[in-house]
Design a protein around this ligand. Structure first.
Ligand SMILES: C[S@@+](CC[C@H](N)C(=O)[O-])C[C@H]1O[C@@H](n2cnc3c(N)ncnc32)[C@H](O)[C@@H]1O
Length: 259
């Protein structure tokens, strides 16, 4: 099979299919967070690291005003084309989530599936949280979904899944290359095996992410100062089941309230 070493984010069509399966649960959850934590008053939403805009698009269809930013130009083009094609404002732009200003301010922001962990230095994390606080209305909410590093159970090291749309199938495999808890860096291998009627090929990439135990996450939020943790859920996205985070927690969604 032909193998290419490229960023998976440079292939928005495949990315969008591979990470599309949970969209409905994520969209419902964002709506439920709005109802429970904002009394249903959030109308303006923002997504840092919006990628292909799979969530932005779903939320625009649910009548929210949405905007997003991402570093990857191809992902932003993909997001805007999809929005525009269906009659919505092409509201994604290219920007670094650690260095941006955006007006008008939003009520609720969300950052799912580990994008936050792409901020690999403490400085980038602090600056991101400051930019987010500057753009969030008073008492607004920021949702961050990520995998924590559990310290009392073995972390998950491998995952495989498959997704198809029409004649396109993508088999995805993710594995841990390096786990370095002292340096707080994890390197994940990821590959997409792509099958179309005319071509079969593999894209191989490595994702570099900052790691967090639950205490490290809590300390980082406390030190940065603009946010407080209001509630935590997990990737079941069940609004009735907020969880107590502890050393065995892995997949979590933090609900941060702007102070
Ligand atoms: C796992 S994808 C998530 C995309 C989208 N949020 C979703 O749920 O499908 C991570 C995204 O983060 C973007 N990204 C990484 N570092 C970034 C940064 N410093 N500023 C903005 N976007 C960034 C990548 O380009 C990629 O599109």
């Amino acid at each position: 099979m032909e193998v290419i070493n490229e960023s998976i984010y440079d292939h928005p069509k495949y990315y969008d299919l591979v990470f599309g399966s949970d969209v409905a649960a994520e969209l419902n959850f964002i709506g439920e967070v709005n109802a429970k934590h904002m009394n249903g008053k959030a109308t303006r939403l923002f997504e840092p690291a919006c990628g292909t805009g799979r969530l932005m698009f779903g939320l625009a269809r649910r009548d929210y005003q949405v905007a997003g930013i991402d570093l990857n130009e191809k992902a932003v083009d993909f997001a805007n084309q999809r929005l525009e094609k269906r009659g919505y404002k092409p509201s994604a732009c290219v920007a670094d989530m650690s260095d941006f200003t955006y007006v008008p301010k939003w009520d609720l922001a969300f950052n799912t599936i580990n994008s936050f962990r792409h901020l690999t230095t403490p400085k980038a994390v602090r600056e991101h949280l400051s930019c987010m606080a500057a753009g969030t209305k008073k008492n607004g909410i920021y949702l961050i979904g990520l995998h924590l590093t559990p310290t009392t159970v073995e972390p998950l090291d491998e995952e495989s899944w498959s997704a198809s749309r029409g004649h396109l199938t993508v088999n995805t495999h993710m594995w841990t290359n390096v786990r370095s808890p002292k340096k707080r860096i994890e390197r994940f291998g990821i590959r997409f095996d792509i099958y179309t009627p005319t071509r079969q090929f593999r894209i191989v990439d490595e994702l570099v992410m900052r790691s967090y135990t639950w205490r490290q996450f809590q300390t980082m939020i406390d030190r940065q100062g603009d946010w407080e943790i209001e509630a935590v859920y997990d990737f079941r996205y069940d609004i009735k089941k907020s969880i107590e985070v502890d050393s065995s927690s892995e997949d979590v969604v933090y609900v941060l309230r702007k102070k």
